[in-house]
Design a binder for this molecule. Sequence first.
Ligand SMILES: C[S@@+](CC[C@H](N)C(=O)[O-])C[C@H]1O[C@@H](n2cnc3c(N)ncnc32)[C@H](O)[C@@H]1O
Length: 209
Amino acid sequence: MKYKKYFRKTSLKQKGDGEFFLNEVRKKNPKYFLEIGVFHGVTARNICELLKSLHKKDFKYIGLDLFENSDENKSEIIPSNSFSNPFKNIYFKYIKKQDPYSLEAVHDLLKNFKDNVHLIKGNSNKILKKIDMSKIDYVFLDGGHEYETVKNDLKYCLDVIKNSGTILCDDYNLSYAPGVKKAIDEFVTQNKLKCEILRNSRFAKIEKN
Ligand SMILES: C[S@@+](CC[C@H](N)C(=O)[O-])C[C@H]1O[C@@H](n2cnc3c(N)ncnc32)[C@H](O)[C@@H]1O
């Protein structure tokens, strides 16, 4: 399945990464998907298209993001929101009249799936403990890259693994965000889980042993 970019920015921008990711998800046939770190919603849209092809209307996508670059969030890495292609800046400013990194714009990108999608604006350090994880069977963990944030995110997703689901973490071995790898390695060891490192150490796939 082709990973489409929808004229926006995404983590999975390098050739083949998006398709690799979608194939990984498809292998597990999930129905209740959680993405931590939605950004412009490109992966969200690709996931909704995939889940629709697998389950018709019977799926759920939950997406959580700060959707805001504020002082309170300044310790987290938020990708640059402006485009190197000037046409894209013009398109969002004057045609869409939207900030692509906003709850409204992502809702708009996902409007064909409005009955299946639940988007949450907030910090995963505060929000995740309130989310019912009992039905979620796949997590794409791509939010904050601070050690404490990844540690917290994984802690609240442990039930997904216990229920035989999967957590796929992005940016496992990023030189400028070493806390991601540290938090994942500790989580896997402490909980005696299986962890596969994929695609040149980009992804860590965590499952039950
Ligand atoms: C790398 S981007 C996500 C890219 C997206 N998954 C994709 O595939 O295109 C990381 C996102 O995580 C969000 N983020 C960072 N820290 C967060 C936190 N503590 N809670 C929720 N979202 C966070 C940022 O706002 C940013 O949009």
